[in-house]
Design a binder for this molecule. Sequence first.
Ligand code: DAH
Length: 330
Amino acid sequence: MSELEAQLQQIRNEAIALIAQADDLDALEQLRVKYMGKKGPIPQVLSGMGKLDPADRPKLGALANQVKDAIQTQIDASKTSLQAAAIQTRLDAETLDVTMPGSYRPQGRRHPLHSTIDNVLDIFVGLGYLVAEGPEMETDYYNFEALNFQADHPARDMQDTLFLTDGTLLRTHTSTVQVRYMENNDPPIRIVVPGRVYRRDTVDATHSAVFHQVEILAVDEGLTFNDLKGTIKVFLQELLGDDIEVRFRPSFFPFTEPSAEVDVMWKGRWLEILGCGMVDPNVLKSVGYDPEIYTGFAAGFGVERLAMVMHQIDDIRRLYTSDLRFLKQF
Ligand code: DAH
């Protein structure tokens, strides 16, 4: 046997022994590259073939192929058993013990302010109203002027309104969206508008500088105060129960005429819930509606106040402090 043949057989023996001992797929892959790659020992041995008698060369070539086949066979066998072992290890690790107690996952819930808004929107959507929204940063025009506030109206006072440095302001009510919506839509209109509003109030148990309102607006031919009363009554009955007692009191808002405030009998006393009225003809004119043809009614209320009444919450600040002991009650 030539020296080169002996070298090939030694390579085979060494490779097969090492491959059989490889204990994971990475190690096996490294051995495959080492012995079977183009820079491996077999091509190196074959490069010495030039020294051989030409008659012996085919024999050496045939032996090299046998050695390669033998190594490859060992690689395949090791690979199959290492893969099976890897799957078995994984199966053992992932076994599920169905007798173990389950793990506790705390469940979240809607914040009482959001669930109140959702309830209100559901009721009005059920009556055929569309949900509309508008910006919180507003101009004097949408917050006051188009809503028929006189130039000297006290609500424009620096003490109530938060003005921004560029001359805009943070809306003090969601009535702004009445004008914005009517500017872009023709009657008949029925919208319900939830949103955040801002006032320069000192924070205490019943006041917050940021709070939420819901506004409704209906404009059509032939709407009367009776339609307003019926709508408000149905709404409050849906929200607070069929036998809720409701009372309308005359009031004043620049953008409605006549205007009213609505109280409900709650735990033995009258509680003011919302403001409402027939849309003032000046407001209809400001958006180009003809008040000789169309009439409308509107209403608006504070969501925090309503949530406080419904859930007997004693301090508005509880709605903002994210205290789980409080929130978990809803
Ligand atoms: N915008 C009023 C406020 O913030 C509430 C209000 C009163 C809205 C009467 C209305 C309404 O739409 O008709 O106090």
